[in-house]
Design a protein around this ligand. Structure first.
Ligand code: AMP
Ligand code: GLY
Length: 409
């Protein structure tokens, strides 16, 4: 099978690595650290009909209708159309669908005007969540115990001063507490299969302090969850969601990322994303022992019954992101990355190329906030973690930072 992966980060490198076990893979545009990266646009790559499957990694091209345009040309695509991508493109759409489908989720309201928004905020019990309705690269969410801070955030977002158009409508929610977990469902429009859960570490600092990032650590599987958590997610959340999408005429073929808070009353849905998580899907997919290309192709064909359920090794994978100075604010870039080969040579370690460029001499340099995903695997979490951190210790560039407590407890 010949597969084209669209995207340029660690998730796409992870997808390419796992798809590459059974398929020939190109990544567009990729980055200089991803084998098979090509600057040719996807439309050009599929033009001669030799590509069997296109896998779209990030949300922005999906929200923008890339999957629709490729399908209209008769291509086989894993990734929802612009209609289904609204699940991530509009939080208000997602919350309404969750209510229609009867999914347990946080109490919420969607607002374009300040006064009703503040009024609703004041009815909430004490942990306040304010989200931009539109896409904000994972940074449009404030969670705070301070009503004053929440009120100021509502004003900033609605005025357009903090997030531009994406913030001109806000979703306000009651805050939930409990461990947060990610489940990735592979969907064929009507059916789904949920992969083993992962946990993503979102705050920049050890002990979950500091600002939110796009995710700077992850691990899977999760020992604190019931063994059937993925099946429960498939039955109670994803199946009614696909039915509610079908009722709106939406045939959702792609990855559906369900973010849950495991509250004392059971799992509640925090968010849907319309793609695999980055970096949280990498530890899950690397552990897959069945054929990912076949699975995604079957989903793209609308018939998951054509393939057996996916299987996974029973080891543990722990991922630590090595970041640039300044991230999650404006990252410092352009520094030469030292120690990559030594890190990749640590037994049980895979290094994925996330925010990487090349200088005029062909040396790999930092080119984003999240530079490298370092994944350690082992028979237990302690071993996997030790391997990941041994490899991270090999890496260096000015201002490099990472969390030291991923999967620690
Ligand atoms: P979202 O973009 O909706 O995934 O939100 C980003 C992050 O904000 C989530 O991963 C959670 O850590 C946090 N968050 C979102 N909604 C809530 C909520 N209702 N209660 C507590 N934390 C939340
Ligand atoms: N790591 C969170 C996300 O992919 O949205």
């Amino acid at each position: 099978m010949k597969v084209v992966v669209v995207g340029s980060g660690g998730r796409e490198h992870g997808l390419a690595e796992v798809l590459g076990r059974s398929a020939e893979v190109l990544v567009t545009p990729g980055n200089p650290g991803i084998p098979g990266a090509t600057s040719a646009p996807v439309e050009e790559l599929v033009a001669d009909g030799s590509v069997d499957l296109v896998v779209v990694g990030p949300e922005a091209p999906l929200v923008d209708g890339l999957a629709d345009r490729l399908r209209a040309q008769g291509r086989r695509v894993f990734g929802p159309g612009a209609d289904g991508a609204q699940l991530e493109g509009s939080k208000a759409f997602m919350k309404q669908l969750a209510v229609d489908a009867g999914l347990p989720t946080a109490r919420h309201g969607a607002f374009a005007d300040v006064e009703p928004a503040l009024e609703f905020l004041r009815t909430l019990p004490g942990l306040y969540v304010v989200k931009t309705d539109g896409l904000a690269a994972g940074k449009g969410v404030l969670v705070t115990e301070s009503l004053a801070e929440a009120e100021a955030d509502v004003r900033d977002k609605l005025s357009g001063s903090s997030f531009g158009e994406a913030g001109r409508r806000v979703v306000i929610e009651e805050g939930l507490t409990g461990p947060e977990v990610s489940v990735f469902a592979v969907c064929d429009g009507h059916r789904s299969v949920c992969l083993p859960p992962a946990q993503d570490f979102k705050r920049v600092g050890d002990g979950d302090i500091g600002p939110n990032t796009g995710g700077i650590g992850a691990w899977s599987p999760l020992p604190f969850l019931e063994a059937d958590f993925a099946d429960v997610a498939a039955e109670r959340f994803v199946a009614p969601t696909l039915a509610a999408l079908q009722a709106r005429g939406i045939d959702y073929r792609g990855a559906l990322y369900a973010g849950f808070m495991v509250t004392p009353e059971g799992p509640k849905l925090l968010e849907y994303n319309v793609r695999f998580g980055d970096p949280d899907s990498q530890p899950v997919l690397l552990r897959m022992t069945s054929d990912l290309a076949e699975l995604l192709a079957a989903a793209a064909d609308g018939d998951l019954t054509a393939v057996a359920a996916p299987t996974f090794s029973d080891d543990v994978a722990v991922l630590v992101v090595a970041c640039s100075e300044g991230y999650p604010g404006t990252p410092r870039t352009g520094d030469v990355i030292e120690g990559w080969d030594a890190a990749a040579a640590v037994p049980g370690v895979t290094v994925l190329s996330a925010g990487v460029g090349a200088d005029a001499d062909g040396r790999r340099i930092t080119a984003g906030g999240r530079v490298l995903d370092v994944i350690g695997r082992g028979p237990d979490a302690a071993t996997a973690r030790a391997r990941a951190y041994e490899a991270v210790a090999c890496l260096s560039w000015p201002g490099m930072h990472h969390r030291t407590d991923i999967a620690a407890g």
